[in-house]
Design a protein around this ligand. Structure first.
Ligand code: NDP
Length: 282
C-alpha cells in the first residue's frame, strides 16, 4: 500500500499560485481573498487563520470579515458588499452558519466570478452541466489527488460515501465528468460495506471516525479519506480506519496530510484564477 501524499501535491500547487500571484502583482492587481466568518467557534477561527497565513505566504492578501452573532440578512449584506467590491477577487463564507441558515441559501449572494469555494448554487449547476466553474475546493481536492496518481478514472467504479453539497455531491459530479461510474451513498444506504467493496475508487466524506473498515475495501482499491474528526487528545483522524484499510487498499490518503492541505492550496489557486478573470469580466 502506498500513501497518497497531499502535502507534496499542495506544495506543487502553491508554487504555481505564488508565481501567478507575483505576475498579477507586477501587473498592478493585488489578489485578495475575503473570508466571511459568521461564528465565534474556536476551531473555525483556527482554520481561518491558517487560510490567511497560507494566502499571505503565496502573495495573496486575505481579509477576515468577522461577523458578530449575525442573522441571515447580515450575512447576505456582507456577501453582497464583497461581491460588489472590485478590490475583492475571492469570497468564502465559512461554516458553521447560524442555526436555520443554509450555505446554499446565502451562497447565492456570492458573485459566481468570486465564488472560490463553490457555494453559489449557480456554480453547482454549472458543475452538474459539465461547464467551467469553481467547484467546492474539498471536492476538487479529491479529484486533484486522484488525477496525479497513475490510474484510469474513465469507466472506473467510484463510490462516494456522503452527499453533502460541499463535498459528496460535487465530488460525485467531478468523478462523473471524468467518466467514472459513480455511486453516491448516504445514511440510508443499505449494506454500505458491500456497495463500497465494489469500488475501484472509494471516497469517504461522512464525519465519523474510522467507520470505513477493511471489510469496506476491495483489495488494491484507491481510497480518499475526506473526513476530519477531532480526537480527545487534540489530534485529527479520518473516516477511514487507517491501520486496517492500509492492509487492503492499494493507495490511501492519510489524515492529516491528505485532502486538507490540497483543499487550502486549491482555494488559493481559485483566488488567483478569479483575480485573472477580473481583468476580463468587468
Ligand atoms: P455532512 O455532515 O454535511 O455530510 C455527511 C454525509 O455523510 C451525509 O450525506 C450523511 O448522510 C452521510 N452519513 C452520515 N452517517 C452515515 C452513515 N452511517 N453511513 C453512510 N453515510 C452517512 O458533512 P460534510 O460533507 O460537510 O463533511 C464530511 C467530512 O469531511 C467531515 O468529517 C468534515 O469534517 C470533512 N471535511 C473535510 C474538509 C477538508 O478540507 N479535509 C473540508 C470539508 C469537510 P445523509 O445525507 O443521509 O444524512
Amino acid at each position: 500500500m502506498s500513501d497518497i501524499d497531499g502535502r507534496t501535491v499542495a506544495k506543487d500547487i502553491r508554487a504555481e499560485v505564488a508565481a501567478a500571484a507575483a505576475k498579477l502583482r507586477a501587473e498592478g492587481t493585488v489578489p485578495l481573498l475575503a473570508v466571511v466568518v459568521p461564528t465565534d467557534d474556536e476551531g473555525t477561527a483556527w482554520y481561518v487563520r491558517s487560510i490567511k497565513k497560507a494566502a499571505e505566504k503565496e502573495g495573496i492578501d486575505c481579509r477576515i470579515e468577522q461577523l458578530d452573532a449575525p442573522g441571515k440578512d447580515e450575512i447576505v449584506a456582507k456577501l453582497q458588499e464583497l461581491s460588489a467590491d472590485d478590490a475583492v477577487h475571492g469570497i468564502i463564507c465559512q461554516t458553521p452558519l447560524p442555526k436555520g441558515v443554509a450555505l446554499a441559501e446565502v451562497g447565492w449572494y456570492i458573485s459566481p466570478y468570486k465564488d472560490v469555494d463553490g457555494a453559489n448554487t449557480e456554480s453547482a449547476g454549472r458543475l452538474a452541466a459539465g461547464l467551467r466553474t469553481f467547484a467546492p475546493a474539498t471536492a476538487e481536492a479529491v479529484l486533484e489527488l486522484l488525477k496525479r496518481e497513475d490510474l484510469v478514472l474513465e469507466g472506473a467504479n467510484a463510490v462516494v460515501v456522503g452527499r453533502s453539497n460541499v463535498v459528496g455531491k460535487p465530488a460525485a459530479m467531478l468523478l462523473l465528468n471524468e467518466s467514472a461510474t459513480v455511486t453516491v451513498c448516504h445514511s440510508r444506504t443499505k449494506d454500505l460495506a458491500a456497495v463500497c467493496r465494489g469500488a475501484d475508487v472509494l471516497v469517504a466524506a461522512v464525519g465519523r471516525a474510522g467507520m470505513i473498515g477493511a471489510d469496506f475495501v476491495k483489495p488494491g482499491a484507491t481510497v480518499i479519506d475526506v473526513g476530519t474528526n477531532p480526537t480527545e487528545d487534540g489530534g485529527l483522524v479520518g473516516d477511514v480506519d487507517y491501520a486496517a484499510v492500509s492492509e487492503v487498499a492499494g493507495r490511501l490518503t492519510p489524515v492529516p496530510g491528505g485532502v486538507g492541505p490540497v483543499t487550502t492550496a486549491l482555494l488559493l489557486r481559485h483566488t488567483v484564477v478569479a483575480a485573472q478573470l477580473s481583468k476580463t469580466h468587468r
